[in-house]
Design a binder for this molecule. Sequence first.
Ligand code: NAP
Length: 376
Amino acid sequence: MKKINLVLLGATGSIGRQTLDVVRRFRDRVNLIGFSVHTNVQAIEAISQEFGASYAVITSDINFKSEDLSILHGEEGLIELVSLPEVDTVLIATLGTIGVYPTLQALKLNKRVLLANKETLVAFGEFVNKIKTGLLIPVDSEHSALFQLLENRKDEVSSIILTASGGPFRNVPEKELKKVRPEDALRHPTWNMGAKITIDSATLMNKGLEVIEAYYLFGFPPDKIEVIIHPQSIIHGMVKLKDNAFMAHMSYPDMRIPIQYALFYPERLQNTSLREVDFLKIGHLDFEAPDFSRFPLLPLAYEALKRGTPYPACMNAANDIAVAAFLQHRIKFTDIYRTVESAFDRCRGKPTTLEDVEQIIKEVKEYAKEFIQQIS
Ligand SMILES: NC(=O)c1ccc[n+]([C@@H]2O[C@H](COP(=O)([O-])OP(=O)(O)OC[C@H]3O[C@@H](n4cnc5c(N)ncnc54)[C@H](OP(=O)(O)O)[C@@H]3O)[C@@H](O)[C@H]2O)c1
């Protein structure tokens, strides 16, 4: 059986570590050729020794030398790594927009891209879709669910539904939201994820980003992409069929399930370490409508999608800065909304190239920093 020759970008993060866990279980099926880290250079030797990788990319400017493996640097290093002829599969689990470069390069070279990084499609979805030749498989649990539900069935589907747990503040009244601290927001009720995405789950910005991602991945218009709050996080995605029947994808919230699915697609491998849903123990599944007034970044994401590029990129860039400031206790939780809304109002331009979008992102980030300076 041919082994998968994998590059894992963002190997030290939440998705990266869970991917290594899946690779550990299926060592006879996967060669880890190389990986990237940003700040956690201490992890390089351990990962390369355990998995026999020959290359590591450092995307920050931290210095690190190794006699055992080739060290590459920055965006160019990511592009060089995914371009190696022996690499056939690239999993992108870095934070931020840097993920777009290796994604585009791998797709151009007809390699399989397993995409966890949200920012790539949110900010550059139009450009990714224009050049897409290779196979792009989503890793995000909701999109993985929809990818599976839509396969060979797209013509039968009238709308798609993304579920959201509702985050830790699902039942917190509007006036209380001002007082919540980063420690409260980092306590996600069902998923264990990196800090940035956990805050985005608390504001429902994460669901907004996912609506935008779903648009670029599956091509449904915004009014055919619905969001339902489902606190148990058992159903990850649903499709409504033309005869009003629904199909749902269910599992316990565990990212190793969509990671494994993407890695071995179209094969579905047995893995007894992944827990089977115990429906009798769960007893019931609940659903509610998202509250657009307490969580205004979700309706704003729909608006961004309707307006098109560069609005999703503007929202995302301002949110990056606002979330970082909130995590540093510099602004209140609800100031994340204010920052993103203000940057959205100032979003301008008709970018025709990737570089144009990058320039807009740079300007929005500067604006968001100034805005935060004024309000904090
Ligand atoms: N966690 C989840 O369950 C989940 C689910 C769906 C989608 N996603 C998406 O997957 C991506 C990764 O999420 P995560 O939760 O795994 O994040 P995370 O735990 O914060 O890890 C981020 C990874 O990216 C690296 N990184 C950080 N800043 C970077 C930069 N500026 N340039 C290049 N690499 C950078 C980190 O390296 P160092 O640790 O070495 O600094 C780490 O390897 C995000 O886009 C997120 O929205 C995550």
